[in-house]
Write a protein that binds this ligand. Sequence first.
Ligand code: BGC
Length: 741
Amino acid sequence: MKTVNAKVVDQVAIIERRVAELLGRMTLDEKIGQMSQVNASEAGAPEYLGMALRDGRIGSVLNQVDVATVNELQRISVEESRLGIPLLVGRDVIHGFKTVMPIPLGQAATWNPELVRNGARVAAIEAQAAGINWTFAPMIDIARDPRWGRIAESFGEDPYLTGRLGVAMIEGFQGDDLAGDGSIAACAKHFAGYGAAESGRDYATTNIPENELRNVYLPPFNEAVGAGVATLMASFSDLNGVPATANRFLMRDILRDEWGFTGFVVSDWESIHQIAVHGLTSGDRDSAYEAATAGIDMEMASDAYSNHLAGLVIGERIDIDTIDTAVANILRIKFRLGLFGAPYVDPDQTPAMDLEAKLRVAKQSALESMILLKNDQAALPLSIDRVDSIAVVGPLADAPYEQLGTWVFDGDPDLSITGLAGIRNLVGDSVDIRYVRAMETSRSRSTDTFSEAVEVAQGSDAVILFLGEESILSGEAHSRADISLPGAQAALVRSIRQTGKPVIAVILAGRPLTLTDIVDDVDAILFAWHPGTMGGEAIADLLFGVESPSGKLPATFPREVGQIPIYYNQKNTGKPPSPNTVTNMDDIDAHAPQTSLGMTAFHLDVAYTPLFAFGHGLSYGEFSYDNLRLSPQELRIGNSLTVHVEVANLGKMIADEVVQLYVRDLVGNVTRPVRELKGFKRVRLEPGQTVTVSFELHTDDLAFFGRDNSLMTEPGVFHLWVGGSSEASLHSEFRVVDAAH
Ligand code: BGC
């Protein structure tokens, strides 16, 4: 009997033979057709694209989700074109299709790869039934700038967390077998560095030294390739002077030569055309040349390839091998998806998942994504037995569309359970819920209806304020320079505060916000992101203690925009600030000597610490960490150590905790971050329960790219912390010694 591996090898060989055989029969125009993806969003797509499909001039379409239309497009390609090559049908299925999960940044806050995998599976099943076989997700750009609107679509600032969750999402979309039921091809994007856009302005220039690129921005992509992601998408941005779409260093040297990627790379929307807009070329012809030779296999939306590649090959500027390689990369994925054998989709034959099961995943995901940022005097959970009336106030309490977040082309707001509905359903008749919207949108400046809100608050036992951002304020091309609560929301908080009632803020948003101006005026903050379809039920369960909050921040919350970029895994600098650093300009004496303030890396007018740190998130449980043990404490390169820690729940409620492990490499060939996440585990503890949580840490996990940009593991001393956030204080240390020692 053959082993599984031998079967896989056979399968690969069979596909390679079929790719070569098909390639051998293709004309140049048909090859270029495979490299062209066109927008098919109109209902009349089969008519206006029919001719091009018959001629084999289109390899992929995007943005058509009517299954009959998709099948007709496939039929024309398969039955009426000379070679009958089926189409890749792409769509941005980013955080759900019909059933919407929390935005990816919210999913990242779950620190739960299993849940992320399940969410992607639900999305894949729904999308496949609409004829889609390729999604443009996950986005695994490292995002250290909350002004950037697309941070919503990311897994946040940390390479390790992003890598783990990116792989989970890929596994959810692609399953064990790309050709399997309910599997669609994934696309890791945007390769690479897109999240480093200057000042967080979407599409802006990025300058990332190679060492930082390799240590911070590339690792999640490397893992995605290792996990078998079918495709990658090039970034829109200019990386160190060469737009990613024309960047051979990225697409060839790293992706193909170093990582051995065998799938294909698609440009971003018209990003080949934009190479000239960047100023690298003077027009589409040269842009097509730059992109094709850099290694962009398929062009999305624009027509530089279809207009110019043939001429470039005939004129001998581009070698036919370059074209053949690109086409082979694309055909390989079409074969792996099983499209040649089964190009059509019969929605009745695609795997079904009952609505309740899908909503359960969406709800669990929402529950675990929400973060209790603050909870003074145990203001939460609210007790149904102790309150008779609650004022529910704010523009996002009952906004079914807004809670879905960015990228919800196909999401159905009618399925949304809003916060208001969730609370009403939960408390039934036992609590009088009084709703005042108070602001038309999250951006409204009018305070006209505040008096009504204040009056209702005054007559109630507690106030739940639903604040934040509408979905349109984050996402692609939706960056903000000021990331505080928009409109008159801070004024609304202050007015409500004056009633003296307990004030609970539930914040729905697509990014970390600066909450400095309201944080002291509320008793508790539940940060809910844009939580998707089941957001309201999750919010209600958490507010009333049916479940304990368990989300942890995947991105740092700054106090002020001026602190950005602020992230936990920063470098130490030569003059690190310390807790007694002056951070109030008013405290500086007139004519104070230049050196009197400490001469360290801080701002004069704001603390050097964030408002809420990476990994932070409170609970209704009360977790203690003890008895941290490392064995061995000295290990040779090439070996592992085990970390054990006892985690106890001293509180009165069953709750999940995300146990986090950080290390610091004290001395490096290049300077190393002050802390780096190296492991995490979500555990569920009954009141009074203690568990031992263990991690295995291999010296490979400590490897980094050194001065010559090659991967290295160095001997030396490492500090290690375990706890419930990146500010964990329980620590130990270990020493790595040379293998030869
Ligand atoms: C975005 C991509 C997206 C593509 C297709 C672009 O504008 O940057 O992330 O997949 O559009 O919709």
